[in-house]
Design a protein around this ligand. Structure first.
Ligand SMILES: Cc1cc2nc3c(=O)[nH]c(=O)nc-3n(C[C@H](O)[C@H](O)[C@H](O)COP(=O)(O)OP(=O)(O)OC[C@H]3O[C@@H](n4cnc5c(N)ncnc54)[C@H](O)[C@@H]3O)c2cc1C
Length: 331
């Protein structure tokens, strides 16, 4: 994860001054951007509605493409200096309260194909498919090695971008190839060797996004996959604050240690800033207790990081992606 400070709100975007106006119709937004798309296009969309923290600022443009052609048409039409953020289920994302001054593109329903060849153990999955669906469908077809995906509340696109993992499993361990799209709408087929892949980190070409993946799974000879999924979910429920708005683990585990252990040993479990609170159940989770702002959450992340650094001389690296502008940044 990176804390991303790169996105600045330009004074003008698409040649027009950025002014907030939620009442624009889709036609108004298309006119403003000078494009025509079939999917859902909104202006000034609250990202709190699209992130599991239920907090954060607005996206200047929010687009759900109706399909591949629609996505490519949109990418080609976006101004070259306008930032683009691909969105899955927003389960690892914090958009600062000043908002994201660009296009957020959500690959949801129109990128939801999942095909399983149980004889070959191969799975074709599009980026908008929830990870849990991949785990369950694969297990039902008698395949194993995707069970770890069952408890990850994101999409396959997000899992590829994050190298999401749990209980010893990691997304890129089961990837045979991926399809990506770049900003000019060009499609690429890539293999894992083209990426630098690490724990919760994937170095990928800038401005290129995952569209689909081919996974290679194994035959579940012992018939245990479905039972393992059940056990993994039970384990999760007993150790994590389920059902409360969070983004899962805020920090990556440092080598040989656990971020949760370090935070707990720093004595800051339960610490609250505004309505953001370090979970009593799992110290690497920050939960939104009500109407926490992105600023509350980010301030608490910084507080936890500084406290652990002072006590243990370990600089925890955030896993959650933080994007957008501070509330008072000059628009
Ligand atoms: C309760 C809870 C438990 C969690 N447990 C785990 C866990 O056990 N293991 C784990 O690894 N994570 C866990 N997470 C974090 C999160 O679910 C994962 O990181 C997940 O992979 C994010 O997927 P997403 O679709 O929600 O991505 P988002 O949060 O929408 O996006 C995350 C990042 O991926 C990028 N991205 C999204 N889609 C694409 C795409 N198609 N192409 C390129 N980039 C893209 C985004 O731009 C962003 O930078 C948990 C989160 C919660 C809330």
């Amino acid at each position: 994860m990176q804390v991303d400070n790169d996105f600045q709100i330009p004074k003008t975007l698409c040649g027009q001054t950025y002014q907030l106006n939620r009442d624009m119709s889709q036609q108004d937004v298309m006119n403003r951007m000078d494009i025509k798309v079939s999917g859902l296009l909104k202006f000034d969309e609250p990202m709190s509605q699209h992130t599991s923290w239920r907090a954060g600022g607005k996206a200047k443009y929010y687009f759900e493409p109706a399909g591949m052609d629609d996505l490519c048409r949109y990418l080609r039409a976006v101004e070259p200096d306008e930032p683009v953020l691909m969105l899955g289920l927003g389960s690892n994302l914090l958009v600062r309260d000043g908002g994201f001054a660009g296009s957020v593109i959500a690959l949801g329903k129109s990128f939801s194909k999942l095909e399983i060849d149980e004889l070959k153990g191969q799975v074709y999955v599009e980026a908008g498919v929830p990870c849990a669906k991949v785990a369950r469908a694969s297990a039902r077809k008698g395949l194993c090695n995707a069970e770890f995906l069952a408890g990850i509340p994101g999409t396959m696109g997000g899992a590829l971008a994050m190298n999401a993992g749990a209980f010893g499993g990691e997304t890129w361990n089961i990837v045979r190839s991926v399809t990506t799209v770049d900003r000019s709408g060009q499609i690429h087929k890539r293999v894992p060797q083209e990426y630098t892949i690490a724990y919760r980190h994937v170095q990928m070409p800038a401005e290129e996004w995952f569209i689909s993946a081919e996974l290679q799974l194994q035959k579940d000879k012992e018939g245990k996959s479905e039972q393992s999924i059940k056990q993994l979910l039970e384990k999760r429920a007993s150790t994590q604050p389920m059902g409360l708005p969070s983004c899962g683990s805020v920090f990556r585990n440092p080598p040989g240690d656990h971020a949760a252990r370090l935070i707990e040993a720093s004595g800051i479990k339960g610490k609250q800033i505004g309505n953001a609170c370090i979970s009593e159940k799992h110290a690497n989770f920050i939960i939104n207790k009500g109407d926490a702002t992105a600023t509350d959450i980010e301030t608490l992340i910084k507080f936890a990081r500084e406290t652990v650094r002072e006590k243990f001389s370990i600089d925890l690296q955030p896993e959650v992606r933080i994007v957008g502008n501070e509330i008072n940044s000059n628009q």
